[in-house]
Design a protein around this ligand. Structure first.
Ligand SMILES: CSCCC(=O)C(=O)COP(=O)(O)O
Ligand SMILES: [Mg+2]
Length: 262
């Protein structure tokens, strides 16, 4: 699979070494956070959010038929599949198949974000964050770091996630959000370079946290500092190769990096 569409795990190219375990000088001006598997539970995404959107996808197209949003989405999927004459049922079938394969397609991410927005608004969805996340983000923000998220989920999905956590609205802690549309695929170094240009923070003063070794490798290639996050409820047990790996954001090693302690 190439071009714009990726699974959560495939990345072309040869990774370069990241922040090796033991190196302790970061003191970042910006922290960029992955969401699924890093600040929030991957299980919540796979078992709650994806099925919620999947179930409502056909109905969404039926209700929005002929609208600008629906037409744009249909055109985008046809373009991605190089199938200009695919009908609405065919597009819906493709989006359902992408959901099942966790394909990071911008069109799928956009419609999921719209469907979830309604769920958050009516109170049937909450954004999951691990218990330490609110106070750690607050501490980092108070110490002067600018906090951003970069997720394959759409910006709308990210904002709603942080606005509706069980710890309240965490969006005041975040300076901005990046997704597949605004930054590009998380598998490519170019996407991280694009973010650096937008946030105007040097690459080596930007720390990226993610549960994906491929994403961390791409960020490293762009000159960013990286820390892997492997949550205790993550079935992938092993630490990430080439990257310092923590189990939560309040681990001592990460706190030291944030202070720039040698
Ligand atoms: C915050 S949006 C919901 C998650 C999602 O759709 C997704 O693809 C998660 O990807 P991430 O880059 O946050 O691992
Ligand atoms: Mg992730």
């Amino acid at each position: 699979m190439g071009g714009r569409l990726h699974r959560g795990s495939d990345r072309p190219g040869v990774p370069t070494p990241g922040l090796a375990p033991g190196r302790r000088s970061v003191n970042p001006q910006a922290v960029v956070l992955d969401i699924e598997g890093t600040v929030g539970s991957a299980r919540h995404v796979q078992d709650v959010l994806f099925p919620y959107a999947r179930e409502r996808l056909p109905q969404w197209f039926a209700e929005h038929r002929g609208t600008e949003r629906a037409e744009r989405l249909l055109a985008e999927v046809r373009h991605d599949l190089r199938a200009g004459d695919l009908n609405e049922a065919g597009v819906v079938a493709a989006l359902l198949a992408w959901t099942d394969e966790d394909i990071k397609a911008p069109a799928l991410k956009e419609i999921q974000g719209w469907i979830w927005a309604a769920g958050y608004a009516e109170g049937s969805l909450t954004g999951h964050v691990y218990a330490e996340v609110p106070h750690v983000l607050r501490r980092w923000a108070e110490s002067g770091a600018s906090l951003y998220t970069y997720s394959s989920g759409s910006v709308a999905a990210q904002v709603n996630w942080f606005a509706h956590t069980t710890y309240g609205d965490l969006t005041p802690l975040l300076r901005g959000y990046f997704d597949l549309t605004t930054a590009g695929s998380k598998m490519y170094a170019a996407s991280y370079r694009r973010i650096s240009e937008v946030i105007q923070v040097p690459a080596d003063a930007t720390l990226f946290l993610s549960d994906s070794a491929e994403e961390l490798d791409a960020a490293t290639e762009a000159g960013w500092r990286t820390v892997g996050v492997r949550r205790q409820d993550d079935p992938r047990r092993c630490p990430m190769p080439r990257h310092l790996t923590v189990r939560s954001l309040d681990e001592q090693e990460l706190a030291q990096l944030m202070k720039g302690t040698e």
